[in-house]
Write a protein that binds this ligand. Structure first.
Ligand SMILES: [Mg+2]
Length: 197
């Protein structure tokens, strides 16, 4: 009995590395006021399938609006993408985003450490937005910052079969442990004024 308990405890801890602080359908559902009230000052944001479909290039009005709102609310906004320089740079310029990092190699911590050094903020003041558990949410938890998981804009993506398999496997495990259910967003329960876990 004791053994069994220990094992499940360990699994639970590992799975917690994939647990977002907030889970929303889309970046459009983000309540910036609520983030501000929770002391967030920096928003790191994934690009592909979080802000824009991986096969799209031009930011639409919703994205432009979001970036504008983020800035007007006094947040630092930083694109934090695993994609190549040309794609990230082109998008950032079109969307009016001054701070952007490409080839971030999430979930590795290298670029994250550089960003943290550049920005004079505490870990507790930074949040990462992204659509993938094994890159965006994992890097956030490894870096001890908060995170918002959003559903991917397009179900079709460039990821390898292994990445997709792992992502599905983790969703399944999280659901079995009652940590996170795919499609059961935080906003539904808390009416958009969510508590950060
Ligand atoms: Mg993504």
């Amino acid at each position: 009995m004791a053994n069994k308990k220990n094992n499940s405890g360990r699994n639970f801890l590992l799975l917690n590395y994939f647990k977002p602080s907030i889970y929303l359908r889309s970046y459009k559902k983000i309540n910036l006021n609520s983030l501000k009230n929770s002391g967030i000052k920096v928003i790191l944001c994934d690009l592909d399938n979080t802000l824009i479909g991986w096969n799209q290039r031009v930011p639409n009005a919703d994205i432009m609006n979001f970036v504008k709102n983020v800035k007007e609310n006094g947040f630092e906004f930083v694109l934090f993408s695993n994609n190549i320089r040309s794609r990230v740079q082109n998008f950032a310029k079109k969307a009016g985003i001054e701070n952007y990092f490409w080839d971030c190699k999430k979930p590795l911590l290298g670029k994250m450490k550089i960003v943290k050094k550049l920005l004079p903020f505490d870990d507790s003041e930074i949040i990462m937005i992204g659509d993938q558990l094994i890159t965006d949410i994992l890097v956030a938890n490894r870096a001890h910052i908060k995170s918002i998981l959003v559903s991917p804009i397009s179900k079709i993506n460039e990821d390898s079969k292994i990445v997709r398999f792992l992502e599905n496997f983790i969703y399944k495990s999280l659901s079995q442990k009652n940590i996170l259910q795919e499609g059961f967003y935080t906003e539904g329960e808390l009416g958009g004024n969510y508590e950060i876990l």
